[in-house]
Design a protein around this ligand. Structure first.
Ligand SMILES: C[S@@+](CC[C@H](N)C(=O)[O-])C[C@H]1O[C@@H](n2cnc3c(N)ncnc32)[C@H](O)[C@@H]1O
Length: 476
């Protein structure tokens, strides 16, 4: 009999949406299904039961005991954020497509999803595609060679799967981020360790070195580095020496180096916040997307895989204009607009269209306005507001919007807000989503209120993970 908390060896037979491997066993009531996150068919794994129901259980992965015959050992260091690094990219893509289409069939009741499906757009780069990475320090290390915990260590890398206190040091490139930087990180760690200031102790909430956050511009081929520390022992900290070490080793690849003091004991929330000084260089980088330029600072939101984001945005805009539509003198809303990339790219394909961008984060809207100015774009009004409240405050837009572009966060659109969006009565909705399961739920509502799903494409923004981005075209 299966119990919560129990560890169990399983063979993964199938894959469900969200990287959930499926294993089956027989118990006294017959067939019993177990879902194990971040696994792949053919793997033998050790898992812990986290939730038990009558016919199924949810498990967390503790360890892959045997690789799937379909996996090929990658040259990169495996990290918990990239569980599929050994699965050949084309196989990853096929699996993502299959399990995601099933989600639309099941949750959106789109039984004809195979006919509605337009294309699967792979990431232009399968490796080193990310433009942001966050590394953690911890004095509790999970030693990957010997699979054991070491106390009094100086680890710098990523959290060991399923823990918030143990860090696996990154000793070589992970395959996800800038390889020169990641191959250098081990030397940087050794240098910082020699400063004799300790790494953070997550359970005790004390120590000095906490995080390194790095942003990259592919356009400039430069990195922005932010070293986050506490202030405990700051009198022995020599920022100049660290800056010099970075300059000596990474040369002009470094656009800027910042130091942030963060004494907030919460480990993850906004690690970049705190008192920040710029040791050298500048505090932002410029990224280029389809001929437009965007300033990215440490805090600003930007699509994590910019080269793939170009393909995603192009697909979304193709859907906006499909059928040789003219948007001249029409109004388009870019809801959940972030830093306003979509609205700005839209102006490249149309003239005299009024665009309204709305996002809840004030800084994102400030970035959006600044970037629009940099790109010399007029005709977009950006508002910092909750989408639901915004639509309530401006009822006059009802019946006046031609097209709505939606790009909500992972949780999807709040049901009340979605109803308000529907009330606008736009002819066409283009819905981008980083979580097809919440999008599928929203599609069901759209269909109930008179929108027809015309097309859906999938864009692989995140190779080696279970994540997938989707874009759908809906018409009244
Ligand atoms: C997936 S991002 C959109 C990114 C943007 N379209 C881009 O490509 O740069 C989702 C955005 O929704 C915003 N957001 C979340 N909840 C919101 C709400 N209730 N009202 C308005 N914006 C919200 C977030 O600040 C975030 O920028």
């Amino acid at each position: 009999m299966i119990k919560r908390g129990q560890t169990i060896e399983l063979t993964i037979e199938d894959l469900a949406f969200g990287g959930k491997g499926i294993a089956r066993i027989k118990d006294e009531n017959g067939a019993f299904v177990l879902f194990v996150n971040n696994t792949f068919p053919g793997q033998k794994v050790l898992a812990r039961i986290t939730k038990k129901r009558k016919k199924h259980a949810e498990c967390s992965l503790l360890k892959v005991l045997e690789r799937s015959p379909q996996e090929i050992k990658s040259e990169y260091q495996e990290i918990s954020g990239a569980p599929y690094i050994h699965v050949p990219p084309t196989l990853q893509e096929e699996s993502k497509k299959k399990v995601t289409l099933e989600v639309y069939r099941r949750l959106a009741d789109l039984q004809n999803i195979d006919d509605l499906f337009d294309e699967f757009i792979p990431s232009p780069e399968h490796y080193h595609y990310r433009n942001k990475m966050e590394y953690s320090f911890s004095c509790i290390e999970h030693d990957i060679e010997n699979d054991e915990e070491i106390d009094d260590a100086f680890a710098l890398g990523f959290k060991h799967r399923g823990t918030w206190w143990k860090v696996e040091s990154l000793n070589k490139a992970s395959g996800l981020f800038d390889p020169q930087w990641e191959n250098f990180l081990k030397d940087f760690r050794t240098f910082l360790e020699q400063t004799n200031l300790p790494a953070w102790h997550p359970p005790k909430k004390e120590g000095f070195y906490r995080h390194i956050v790095v942003r990259k511009s592919f356009y400039e081929d430069k990195l922005l580095i932010n070293l986050v520390t506490s202030s405990q022992g700051i009198e022995n900290f020599d920022l100049e020496a660290i800056a010099q070490f970075l300059k000596d080793n990474m040369g002009d690849r470094i656009a800027g180096f910042q130091h942030t003091i963060n004494d907030n004991v919460a480990d993850r929330a906004k690690i970049e916040n705190g008192d920040c000084v710029l040791a050298f260089g500048k505090d932002n980088v410029i990224e280029e997307l389809n001929g437009l330029y965007f300033e990215i600072s440490m805090e600003s939101f930007f699509q994590t895989n910019p080269k793939s984001a170009e393909r995603l945005y192009n697909k979304a805009l193709d859907y906006v204009f499909e059928g040789e539509r003219s948007l001249e003198d029409k109004v388009v809303m870019d809801l959940f607009c972030g830093t306003g990339t979509i609205g700005q790219l839209l102006t490249q394909r149309t003239k005299d269209t009024k665009i309204i961008g709305v996002d809840i984060v004030q800084e994102a809207i400030a970035d959006a306005k600044r970037n629009a100015k940099r790109n010399n774009i007029k005709g977009i009004d950006f508002y910092a507001a909750d989408v639901g409240k915004f639509l309530k405050a401006y009822p006059d837009y009802e019946g006046k919007i031609d097209t709505i572009v939606l790009d909500p966060p992972r949780a999807g659109i709040a049901p009340k807000t979605l109803k308000k969006v529907i009330q606008l009565g736009a002819e066409r909705i283009v819905y981008i989503s980083c979580n097809p399961s919440t999008q599928a739920r929203d599609i069901k509502t759209l269909e109930e209120y008179g929108y027809k799903t015309k097309k859906i494409s999938l864009v692989d923004q995140f190779p080696h993970t279970s994540h997938i981005e989707a874009v759908g075209l809906f018409e009244k």
